[in-house]
Write a protein that binds this ligand. Structure first.
Ligand code: SDX
Length: 427
């Protein structure tokens, strides 16, 4: 078939109105093309899902043009300022902010499940000490599906909620053990006298031979990082979790798939890549060279922490994190030259036609590495922190998907391979 346009192709067949327009509560409407192939023999081609809504969802809304991010309708900056991660996890999972008794019960259920089965710890010993924490987390979370398979019936809503709570509860213990294992320190147990973020810090940085005193400023900064990274619509890792979940797979295995996707430098791995980029830049005088490389089409280098598939304005999260980085550095009396380089890089890039024309702004990853480094996190743990936070979003999308029944996700393709041919007969 030669190059045709959709109107001509559709008008040759049934009534053009066979594809209704669906209206959401906010954001772009969607043409419902589910019946298009059946009725018109045509597929839609959208390899990066730039114009495709893969599902209906009520969890998070992003307006990329306006730089708006809402969790169940609440603006991210208000949640970062007034809420805490456990309350936000409840909001994402159940759709409403909890009252005091609901929050207390939810927090207690997380504390009930934050221990790791002692046998899980043996999985760590199969990894080299220098294994990347994200590789360890993919393996350990996937292995949890072996522990919680037969005792869980994902058709039972209570079991589903329990699975989501187990995942949110255990992720800090799993991430912290990935770090302590790499430095040869014994894994620390959670301490339920501490809040979620403080517990995560003491499991990461506490040592068996001395009391670990949680710095409340650092705990608040970590809690804010967790809130900001908790969910973000149908990003690559969330879509990975939803696609795996659509086959009815074990939720722990689905989350392990999400961790794998998040690890990529184009996605959650960008925070680690940003810091490496800033260290490579080394001094502000190297910034023009880096900007030139980012603009050079013959160079695969991209300005890490810049650009976003949805945000064509400031990522509302990056501003909150930049402020947090300043507060923590001031609190610790530290001065990080990388923060100066990052701010000068941002200032120069935002004045450059290349970035302006393409609406490339700093995203959530641009400053998060500077904040995490100031807090004492090693670079290779940055994305692990992102994974702990995003588990709340992944679990919420997993729950949401179980309630709808569009069946298994099975995209089609535009085939460009060989036409039919037969195996050559042996001479
Ligand atoms: C996250 O999806 C989410 O919601 C993700 C996330 C979440 O919370 O889950 O927000 C978290 O992953 C944030 C993004 C972190 N990644 C990075 O910082 C890596 C650097 N950024 C780029 O790789 C890129 O911007 C992406 C991957 C984030 C977005 O890529 P797109 O939407 O596919 O953009 P594109 O490749 O179509 O770029 C459009 C143009 C291109 O130039 P032209 O071909 O038009 O000439 O902009 C250029 C690109 O070359 N471009 C960049 C650039 N990002 C895009 N040029 C230099 N540096 C960059 N960072």
């Amino acid at each position: 078939m030669g190059k045709k346009y959709v109107n001509a192709a559709l008008s040759e067949s049934h009534d053009k109105n066979s594809m209704p327009v669906l209206e959401g509560t906010m954001g772009p409407h969607a043409v419902d093309i589910q019946a298009m192939y059946e009725q018109h023999g045509l597929l839609a081609f959208d390899p990066g899902f730039r114009s495709t809504a893969s599902c209906k969802s009520a969890i998070t809304f992003v307006d990329g043009g306006a730089g708006v991010l809402l969790y169940r309708g609440y603006p991210i900056d208000e949640l970062a300022q007034h809420s805490n991660f456990v309350e936000v996890a409840y909001l994402l999972m159940f759709g409403e902010l909890p009252d005091d008794s609901e929050l207390a019960r939810f927090r207690a259920s997380i504390e009930q499940h934050n221990l790791l089965h002692e046998q899980v710890l043996s999985f760590y010993h199969g990894f080299r000490r220098d294994a990347h924490p994200m590789a360890v987390m993919v393996g350990v979370v996937g292995a949890l599906s072996a522990f919680y398979h037969d005792i869980m019936d994902i058709r039972d809503p209570r079991d589903r909620i329990n699975a989501a709570i187990r995942l949110i509860a255990k992720m800090p213990s799993i991430a912290a053990a990935s770090y302590t294992y790499s430095i040869g320190r014994p894994q620390r147990y959670p301490n339920n006298n501490l809040d979620y973020a403080s517990n995560f810090l003491q499991m990461l940085f506490g040592a068996p031979n001395k009391e670990y005193e949680v710095d409340p400023i650092l705990a608040r900064a970590l809690d804010r990082i967790l809130i900001l990274h908790a969910d973000h619509e149908q990003n690559a890792s969330t879509s990975t979790v939803r696609m795996a979940a659509s086959s009815g797979a074990n939720p722990f295995a689905c989350i392990a798939a999400g961790i794998a996707s998040l690890w990529g430098p184009a996605h959650g791995g960008a925070n680690e890549a940003v810091l490496k980029m800033l260290v490579d830049i080394g001094t502000p005088k190297n910034i023009p060279k880096v900007i030139a490389r980012a603009k050079d089409k013959s160079d695969s280098f991209r300005l890490m922490g810049f650009g976003h598939r949805i945000y064509k304005n400031f990522d509302p999260r990056s501003k909150v994190i930049q402020q947090s980085a300043r507060e923590v550095l001031a609190h610790l009396g530290k001065d990080d030259p990388l923060l100066d380089i990052a701010m000068q890089l941002e200032e120069i890039a935002l004045k450059d036609e290349y970035f302006i024309e393409r609406k490339l702004y700093p995203n959530v990853d641009f400053y998060s590495g500077i904040l995490l480094r100031a807090m004492g996190f090693p670079v290779n743990m940055f994305t692990a922190v992102f994974a702990v936070a995003r588990t709340a979003g992944w679990a919420s999308h997993w729950l949401e998907l179980q309630e709808e029944s569009h069946g298994i996700d099975r995209p089609r393709q535009l085939y460009i391979g060989k036409t039919l041919r037969h195996y050559p007969k042996k001479k």
